[in-house]
Design a protein around this ligand. Structure first.
Ligand SMILES: [Zn+2]
Length: 138
């Protein structure tokens, strides 16, 4: 068993929700995800894919249930047929531009708890990330 990690995925239709239908968005992401898994699968010359781990940010605009549905659908046509998709949800984490305090955003409150500054940089929680591909080696 071999591990490979971390790749940020984006919708190939270039949207962040945008005007595409919800399902189109998740299908595009699932396709990007499977393409990436396939690259790893081929590069490592594995015989199968045991598990695919992704994290989905709270503010990524990705619906985990729809993603799973799209993944399972497209996975049937992939050359490896991944056995399991593991989805972990990630809270939105930001860093204050003024005092560098890092905190989790709750209920859309983008204000630093230390200095009340409202200018922050997003650290985690906006993306969908392929964290790990667990391969089946010979
Ligand atoms: Zn601050």
């Amino acid at each position: 068993m071999r591990l490979w990690s971390r790749f940020a995925l984006s919708c190939q239709n270039g949207c962040r929700r945008g005007n595409l239908s919800v399902t189109m968005h998740e299908y595009s992401l699932a396709r990007a995800l499977l393409n990436q898994v396939e690259q790893v699968f081929r590069r490592e010359e594995a015989v199968g894919v045991r598990r695919v781990d992704v994290t989905i940010g709270q503010f990524s605009g990705v619906d985990p249930d729809l993603l799973r549905m799209a993944f399972e659908d497209l996975n049937q046509q992939s050359p490896f047929a991944a056995v399991e998709l593991l989805i972990e949800k990630v809270d939105l984490e930001v860093r204050c531009d003024r005092c560098s305090t890092e905190f989790q955003v709750e209920q859309f409150r983008f204000v630093c708890p230390n200095c009340e500054c409202g200018s922050v940089k997003v650290l985690r929680g906006e993306d969908m990330i392929l964290e790990r591909v667990v391969l089946e080696a010979i």
